[in-house]
Design a protein around this ligand. Structure first.
Ligand code: PAF
Length: 279
């Protein structure tokens, strides 16, 4: 039979702020999924949720240079725009915003952005100003798009919590929707940076996931120590571990929740690719 999903054919691709305003003027129930591209099933789960919950869905692809603290990480970040566009069209996204650096930062970055001090912990220790830059760009997007809902993955739990706090304080009409981490069958959390991994590196990442998963309860009970787990991970061929920490995700940023949910947070390097997860 000959069926066409009209929405597939109608994704508007917009790269100028003025055009963006024209197109979305009057949209009262917009769902927004900010991304840096290299769209994978993790992104698609956020987008599907937005399409289900909102009248229209807008996705942005913008590799936000200020949030990268290593220039090579920025340069090597996977860029596969053609493939991204076809995936987004197929899933039924209404608007794709593809701005240039100058469209977003006509007067440079905002050096006075205030983010929660949790931004100094975990990744913040190793990536100075990273979270300020993430929040700066999200703030700019919200001011341009005025979404009703904005979607983030729990894989980047620290980012999610910091953005949630900022939005509550500065754009309280926007609802932050958190989406579960999507994993490959072998356990690896989906991430655009996975495109940079070799076959062997993927095997190692999978083993690390399994070790942390298996040992999580022992780590919480302190019947094994983090230093022992680190030793084991180094023997797999990891050249650097930024941190492994166990934290209750309901006590990261106030208001705290009573329910205790421990997660093992990890950041480590495979070659020059830095991976994070929380399990
Ligand atoms: O999670 C990401 O891809 C980025 O940090 C975000 C939220 C799109 C901001 O650049």
């Amino acid at each position: 039979s000959f069926t066409y999903n009209i929405s597939n054919l109608q994704m508007k691709i917009i790269s100028h702020k003025k055009k963006l305003k024209k197109f979305i003027l009057g949209e009262r129930n917009l769902g927004f999924v900010p991304t840096m591209g290299a769209i994978h099933k993790g992104h698609l789960s956020l987008i599907k949720k937005s399409i289900a919950q909102c009248n229209k869905t807008i996705v942005s692809i913008f590799v936000n240079k200020p949030q990268f603290n290593r220039i090579n990480d920025y340069k090597k970040y996977p860029r596969v725009l053609k493939k991204d566009i076809s995936l987004l069209k197929k899933i039924g996204v209404h608007y794709l915003f593809l701005p240039s650096h100058n469209q977003i930062y006509p007067d440079g970055i905002n050096k006075r952005i205030k983010v929660h001090p949790f931004s100094k912990k975990l990744c913040g220790k190793y990536r100075p100003h990273h979270f300020e830059s993430v929040v700066d760009v999200v703030d700019r997007f919200i001011k341009l798009i005025h979404p009703k809902k904005i979607y983030f993955g729990e894989k980047d739990m620290q980012q999610l919590k910091i953005i949630e706090d900022f939005i509550k304080k500065n754009h309280s009409y926007v609802k932050v929707v958190a989406c579960k981490t999507i994993r490959e069958k072998n356990g690896i959390a989906l991430s655009s940076r996975n495109f940079l991994l070799s076959f062997d590196e993927r095997m190692i990442a999978s083993k690390i996931y399994k070790i942390l998963r298996m040992r999580k309860n022992n780590l919480i009970k302190k019947s094994i120590y983090i230093t022992d787990i680190k030793k084991k991970i180094f023997t797999l061929g990891v050249n650097k571990i930024d941190y492994i920490e166990i934290l209750d995700i309901n006590k990261l940023i106030k208001p705290y929740k009573n329910k205790v949910i421990y997660k093992v947070f990890i950041a480590y390097f495979l070659g020059s690719t830095r991976l994070i997860d929380n399990i």
